[in-house]
Write a protein that binds this ligand. Structure first.
Ligand code: I3S
Length: 126
């Protein structure tokens, strides 16, 4: 049976395209592979879609799920040393997943950094 999540969890705070590279899964290092991702931030989580939003919405009908990142207890920090690219920050989850996010456009990455940081700071740490 479908469980209906509280409204607060469904509310999208920000969405858009960024460059994304997952560099660790459960603490295990992964080979860096940058891809464009459609990113949806709500109060407790970030969802990463591989495709455009349009494509993602139509894929929902076929049960194709986005990668979901729990922001409770997560960390966000600028990560200049992790890439030769400009404007890179890292999100590390409690479960040991690490993601780099990047945009060449300064205000876009700054908006995302602050939106995600605010979301994390509002959540309980565990
Ligand atoms: O941190 P790295 O390993 O220098 O990251 C680069 C690699 O992931 C590279 O792929 P290969 O491992 O197939 O060579 C990517 O093409 C580069 O974009 C990565 O470096 P940047 O500096 O772009 O994050």
């Amino acid at each position: 049976k479908d469980v209906i999540p509280p409204l607060e969890q469904l509310m999208v705070e920000k969405e858009g395209y960024l460059q994304k590279a997952k560099i660790a899964d459960g603490g295990k290092k992964l080979r860096k592979n940058w891809t464009t991702s459609w990113i949806v931030l709500s109060s407790r989580k970030i969802e990463f879609y591989k495709e455009s939003k349009q494509q993602a919405l139509s894929n929902m009908k076929t049960g194709n799920k986005p990668e979901s990142v729990d922001l409770c207890g997560a960390h966000i920090e600028w990560a200049k040393e992790k890439s030769s690219r400009k404007n890179v920050f890292q999100i590390t989850t409690l479960s040991g997943n690490e993601f780099l996010l990047q945009s060449d456009i300064d205000f876009i990455i700054l908006d995302w950094f602050h939106a995600i940081k605010n979301a994390i700071d509002r959540l309980p740490k565990d």
